[in-house]
Design a protein around this ligand. Structure first.
Ligand SMILES: [Zn+2]
Ligand SMILES: [Zn+2]
Length: 356
């Protein structure tokens, strides 16, 4: 993936999070083995520095470690990074998003705050519970404190029964004007029950040296929405061969030429590619023979510009991997035996018209 670095922004160890089965040392090997270039340590309310361990195990050249924290509170879980090695952990007992945000922004080094697995229920609380959030209108009771930078739409260790559910939540929030960058991450605490980097985010960034990723450049690119959401498929989009994910296209005079590219490893297949405008599916293409390793499919559409402003997001999906080396996990908190399992990849928005 030239020009894109593979990031897993949500990684735990049993050593410092107290559950799962992955010792710190094992996690170092997993990160290197899964091709993750930017590895964010997010143990619960703990600042973990991978550097000494990565060095001791001889894998330091394979990735760039980032100290982060899954600020684990009674009103949601939030990943914050990067964190200065000496910074104390923030108070996780505060009772409002507003207070938490102020405190988390105050942690030395922090550039990015992510709303994690928004549909999970922990201690009877879910950030997207029906009493707080209306998925049709995108109205959230705590909208004024919805000032996170990103939101996990794929968390491979905490999947929904319908993997598109969080995409629709995200679209609803975007439609309400909440500029949250979509992410994929693993949230793994394990060696192989859940796999590091199965859910991941590709960030537009200089990628010459896996151990030398410029963390500030990566954070800035992420904040600008130059990020691709991935679980088995890599999906990218350009408009008029010129505008990229995160870009703003001036109000167009003629139809837009939208090109979507899908890539992935030999063990995943793309079946369908979709284009969403303001959260509504406006184009759909079924792919024949979408299992080739590397580049799997290219789709082009001519799209009439709606009344600007609007945004476009591309999504690609395919059958779940069932082989033991990369099994797509079952949903995390499913209520029934009915669920959909798939590989999935998506872009962040390209914005049409409007300001910025
Ligand atoms: Zn969590
Ligand atoms: Zn977690």
């Amino acid at each position: 993936t030239r020009g894109w670095i593979a990031a897993d922004t949500h990684i735990h160890t049993r050593t410092f999070s107290g559950h799962g089965d992955a010792a710190l040392e094992e996690t170092m090997l997993s990160i290197a083995g899964e091709g993750i270039e930017l590895a964010v340590a997010t143990d619960h309310n703990h600042h973990t520095d991978y550097r000494p361990s990565a060095k001791a195990l001889g894998v330091a050249e394979h990735f760039t470690p980032v100290i982060g924290n899954e600020v684990t509170t009674a009103i949601g879980h939030f990943n914050i990074f990067p964190i200065h090695p000496e910074a104390p952990t923030p108070n996780h007992t505060l009772g409002s998003w507003q207070h938490l945000l102020t405190t988390m922004r105050g942690v030395e080094g922090v550039r990015v705050i992510v709303l994690n697995h928004p549909r999970n229920v922990h201690g009877d609380f879910s950030p997207m519970a029906p009493e707080l959030f209306d998925p049709m209108s995108g109205i959230h009771s705590w909208a004024s404190a919805m000032a996170f930078d990103g939101m996990e739409v794929i968390t491979s260790a905490a999947l929904q029964s319908d993997p598109m559910l969080l995409f629709h939540d995200w679209f609803a929030l975007l439609n309400r004007g909440h500029r949250l960058v979509g992410l994929g991450s693993s949230d793994t605490h394990d060696i192989s029950r859940f796999i590091v980097g199965q859910g991941r985010t590709y960030i537009r960034c200089e990628d010459e040296l896996p151990s030398g990723v410029d963390i500030e450049e990566a954070c800035q690119a992420f904040l600008n929405g130059r990020a691709l959401i991935s679980m088995g498929l890599w999906v990218n989009m350009t408009i008029n061969d010129r505008f990229e994910v995160g870009d703003h296209v001036p109000v167009p005079q003629k139809p837009l030429d939208v090109q979507v590219e899908v890539a992935g490893p030999s063990w995943t297949t793309v079946e369908v590619v979709e284009l969403y405008q303001n959260g509504k599916c406006i184009e759909q293409s079924y792919i024949q023979d979408g299992s080739k390793p590397g580049k799997k499919a290219t789709v082009r559409w001519q799209v009439d510009a709606l009344d600007a402003p609007s945004y476009l997001v591309a999504v690609a999906r395919g059958p779940a991997v069932e082989e033991p080396f990369w099994t797509i996990p079952r949903p995390y908190q499913h209520a029934t035996i009915d669920y959909q399992s798939m590989v999935i990849g998506a872009t962040n928005p390209i914005w049409i018209g409007g300001n910025e």
